[in-house]
Design a protein around this ligand. Sequence first.
Ligand code: F1P
Length: 356
Amino acid sequence: MGNDAIVLQEIMSQPEVWAATRQRLVASRDPLQELLFSQCWDTILYAGSGSSHYLAVAAATLHQQLTGQRSRGVPSSEVALFPKSVYPDVLGAQVLLVAISRSGETSEALWAVDRQRRRGQAVLALTARPGSPLAEQADVAIVAAEADERGVPQTRAFSSLYLAAQYVSGLVADAPDLLDALAQLPAAGRSVLERHAGFLAQIAGGDWARVIFLGSGPYYGLACEGMLKLKEMALAWSEAYHFLEFRHGPISLVDERTLVVGLLSDRALEAERDVLAHVRKLGGRTLAIVERAEAGEGETYSISLDSALRRALTCPLVLLPLQLFAYHRAVSRGLDPDRPRHLEQAVVLAEAVGGP
Ligand code: F1P
């Protein structure tokens, strides 16, 4: 445990791993581009399970935002078991499945690929594991091998596969400036880790009864991932909502032992800050993740990214404080974040359980 925890090492290694992942993406540019422009896609369907599901949600939102192309992020199990609720009911609709799985062996991910194959349509895999079934079965696989993990909770695999999704969206959007700017993420990540790791350890040790994560646009999927990290590592009850949804019921939960973590956007900054002000007025505490320190003034706590990158690029940076918070929360509760209860690295089910 402590400084030797595998998950902490993996969290701290992210800047270097992002640099290596970016090199791999640049090297895969031609086959990727060929697949992405091989059809006039009706829908880009991002799918995964657990962390990879939340990554799919964030990536699909970013994809649609950057490209205008219809995109959805869904659990792999829904693709496999409820295809009618996922695929468009339009004759000849071309759907590209972007199947995401760190291990590349999660049952539902492979079931989703199987479902897609039965439609005779293409699969792009985002995985961290070379030689995995998912990598082998896809038409094109981005294998971020340096991002693979020994830890059970996903940290650097999530952020690195998100970087891969950013690259995919940047290619479709034909945005060379965005693709080039991905090279700045490692330095920006190092700066976030150096400046905020100690402070996050302090906040995470607070007397919190509940921690709630709020985010909109691509930050919603990240808010969900912050919630999942806290459950897995710290066995702590947590929730996630789209920012303004919080007023519509969940606000009843707020008391002085409630911490609301707000992933603030630029686009809706004032509306989102207003939600956090409401929380403080009711006696709750707020932790704002902001680009510039000024945007966090008035919050109980704030963490600034200071990346000077456009918002579409900052998602991997936003994950860093969420992961560190969960890690330190686990340590402060005397738990071993490397051994989440009841959880393995991948969920591999017997075929009889319900595959398509
Ligand atoms: C998906 C996943 C992880 C979770 C746990 C079980 O894995 O749900 O998100 O932390 O390890 O598996 P994968 O499909 O991305 O390998």
